[in-house]
Design a protein around this ligand. Structure first.
Ligand code: BTN
Length: 270
């Protein structure tokens, strides 16, 4: 059972997660958060579900969301438009920090905002931004973190997903992970107003795959192969193409060939 009062007692935030909307089951936390955003809910509201029956990932994928095992939540934020790119860095960074602090799990970020442990995905971020001209009306920052679940019964993710218990053999408090993620996120979110470069630098330091061969699948389904040379402060990826030219990519899905990534270990916890 998820203990909301434990969550509140572990949170040190003033803006994020002070208003909690908890649900046993939702189709997707993104949908309820959107409805609340359009009804004028304040920045910082968090919609959490114990399970999702239609959890969504990026690029139209499904997010496997079984009951009682993991974290599925959407934060309602109202950043300035110039903070949007930084937000996409601050979210995975806060998750990496929370995993290390609470569970001792060493993770990295796969551009732009997947969180990996031994090459497998432990957390994903889905950012839906609603703009009105040059103004942000609201942002729905959806986060899934695999905490205590065994991905092996799910053929679609069995080979590519992991969880905290799979990595450590120890069940971890979902409340503690969520509180730590919100605590770290608020620090980085505040920095986006006056020191966005510090968020970029910390995010860049955690990136995996830089300097090596990658394939990038663009949102329009085209693919490019090259060397992931670096990232720019606006979050775009600099890809060195086989003809020697440098291409800057604002969005896409990075594939790090197995031979170029950290060797994957078996799952000691399962
Ligand atoms: C990804 O593809 O990596 C993004 C996954 C985002 C999953 C989270 S779970 C909470 C929120 N609700 C959803 O339906 N999706 C996001």
């Amino acid at each position: 059972m998820f203990d909301l009062s434990l969550l509140q007692s572990l949170m040190q935030t003033t803006r994020l997660g002070r208003d909690v909307s908890w649900h046993d089951s939702l189709p997707s936390t993104q949908d309820l958060a959107r409805a609340k955003a359009t009804q004028g809910s304040n920045e910082g509201l968090i919609v959490i579900a114990d399970e999702q029956t239609a959890g969504r990932g990026r690029q139209g994928r499904t997010w496997v969301s079984p009951r009682g095992k993991n974290l599925y939540f959407t934060l309602l934020l109202r950043p300035k438009i110039q903070q949007l790119r930084g937000l996409s860095m601050a979210l995975p960074l806060a998750i990496v920090e929370a995993l290390a602090e609470v569970a001792g799990v060493d993770s990295s970020i796969k551009w732009p905002n997947d969180v990996l442990v031994t090459g497998k995905k432990i957390s994903g971020v889905l950012i839906d931004a609603e703009l009105e001209g040059q103004e942000v009306e609201y942002v729905l920052a959806g986060v899934g973190i695999n905490v205590n679940f065994d991905p092996r019964p799910y053929p679609e993710i069995a080979a590519t997903a992991t969880s905290i218990v799979a990595a450590t053999s120890v069940e971890t408090s979902r409340e503690a992970i969520l509180a730590a993620a919100l605590n770290h996120l608020e620090v980085h979110y505040n920095s986006l107003a006056d020191d966005p470069h510090s968020v970029f630098t910390a995010w860049r330091r955690r990136l995996t795959g830089l300097g090596g061969p990658v394939n990038v699948h663009a949102p329009d389904a085209s693919a490019l192969a090259g060397i992931a040379e670096d990232v720019r402060p606006d979050g775009s990826l600099l890809l060195r193409l086989p003809d020697g030219s440098l291409r800057s990519l604002a969005a896409g899905e990075l594939e790090i060939p197995a031979s170029a990534s950290t060797p994957t270990s078996s799952s000691p916890g399962l």
